[in-house]
Design a protein around this ligand. Sequence first.
Ligand code: URA
Length: 214
Amino acid sequence: MTNAAAELESLEGEIRLCTRCDLHTVANKAVPGEGPADAEVMLVGEAPGFNEDKQGRPFVGAAGRFLEELLGAAGLKREEVYITNVVKHRPPNNRDPLPNELAACLPWLERQIEIINPRFIVTLGRFSLGTFFPGSMISKVHGEVREKDGRFFFAMYHPAAALHQEKLRQTLLEDAGKLGEFLREKAKPTGQADKPETANGAGEDDSPEQLSFF
Ligand code: URA
């Protein structure tokens, strides 16, 4: 096991025992995240839902099945990416995470990023986007690449949003295709890569649900 893998495993163990906010008193299992410690791509969702809370694994319910389809559209396999959430315990009835819960949980995500050191971070949904780009509106920036702190960030709507809004399903699939193009471009040997892809999904309606937080 590499140093990074051992550190990550130990961190995930700490996260399982976390009591930094009250969510651990109502959740069943913490969901630290899963994937290789040397993943190039990290996906960051919002918080565990019903199935994740039962199993202690991220994105294993309906949203997870769609996420796997999106990964496929981007030319990625679930086993090669690291998947986690901004909040590691399930909020009751899947309510939005509260500011104090987001703040309490952030140091875990920061450690995960430090250890894994991914080249690409894909934010899923507005809470994840807001963690890295406060004030950014998902309806404006989804499907776009931004560089920050030496990494590439790619914003996507949350896959669960597509389960309720059919129109977003297509948007998510298109954005996943753009992510795949960008990853393939960046995978070219040095000197052959073009400038980062910056096309966005202009014309998409804002979802009220996606706009309320920031
Ligand atoms: N939604 C999330 O944001 N994360 C999960 O792990 C599952 C559903």
